[in-house]
Design a protein around this ligand. Structure first.
Ligand SMILES: [Ca+2]
Length: 122
């Protein structure tokens, strides 16, 4: 059963490579996240609008830094190599959630979905 699953995945990957070859197409989903950044997405599974950070943002609701992300993050990919803190409130206040590096892209937990208002590298 496991062997069959792996083969199915390999076939899908090969098909995607062929489809993406000419012309060079823009990355999609999680793959839009640059190396060494904390990436956040407005949709699940790396979909929707992407924003990325080097050190953080104390208020996603203001016009400094990416806009449209306040209370609007549903998935993340922490490629920074560091643990990050994400907060319900601006100014690193309120409920805090942590994001560990090296775990790939993930949907945020349900309690944090569409609630993050500030975030920072630790
Ligand atoms: Ca919030």
């Amino acid at each position: 059963m496991r062997i069959k699953s792996l083969l199915a995945c390999a076939s899908i990957t090969a098909a995607m490579v062929v489809a993406a070859a000419p012309p060079a197409s823009a990355a999609t989903g999680y793959n839009r996240c640059p190396d060494f950044k904390m990436c956040v997405f407005t949709g699940p599974n790396g979909s929707g609008t992407i924003a990325w950070f080097s050190t953080g943002d104390g208020n996603l609701g203001d016009s400094s830094g990416p806009v449209g992300m306040n209370n609007n993050i549903e998935s993340i990919w922490n490629r920074s190599g560091h643990t990050w803190e994400l907060f319900d409130g601006a100014g690193y206040s309120g409920t805090m959630w942590t994001s560990r590096p090296y775990v790939g892209g993930n949907n945020v937990i349900a309690a944090a979905a569409n609630r993050v208002s500030s975030l920072r590298d630790t």
